[in-house]
Design a protein. Structure first.
Length: 154
């Protein structure tokens, strides 16, 4: 789709912005957000989880999240004590309710995970609440891994 000659309120065509490392530890490329287009109720961005990398345990305060995986296979611990585990890969969707603690990671040591994330928070990082006390409770054997993946840089 071609971009309009001038930017009109209510409609924008754009490419993802410069990548940044989020509070959670992964790389994000923002696209639709309050910061980029003045969105008031949602944002959408690309996520990349590097091979062998994991996020910091966190939740999105008062905001729902939807994820569509384009490439790779991600695992995620979730729940009040990160006691649940799920796996999702290319072509699959994940829903995370508001305020649900989670800790996603890349199951592969060689391939990145690429996903599109949409959240009801129009700001890219405002609703992120880190939960470091939960990380020690993760049972990595539940994921079928010998050891925990490395944390993303903070």
């Amino acid at each position: 789709m071609n971009a309009p000659d001038d930017v009109q309120p209510g409609f924008r065509v754009l490419r993802e912005g410069a990548a940044f490392r989020g509070k959670q530890g992964h790389m994000y490329s923002p696209a639709i957000s309050a910061e980029a287009v003045g969105a008031r109720a949602l944002h959408m961005q690309l996520l990349e989880i590097a091979p062998g990398e994991r996020a910091h345990a966190h939740k999105h305060e008062r905001h729902e999240t939807a994820i569509h995986f384009l490439k790779g296979v991600s695992g995620c611990f979730w729940g009040d004590r990160l006691q649940h585990h799920a796996i999702a890969g290319a072509g699959e969707f994940v829903y995370i309710a508001a305020d649900v603690p989670h800790l996603p990671y890349n199951r592969s040591a060689t391939e990145p995970v690429i996903a599109v994330i949409a959240r009801t928070d129009p700001n890219e990082q405002e609703s992120v609440v880190l939960l470091p006390d939960l990380e020690a409770q993760v049972d990595w054997s539940q994921a079928g891994l010998q050891a925990a993946p490395e944390e993303g840089a903070s």
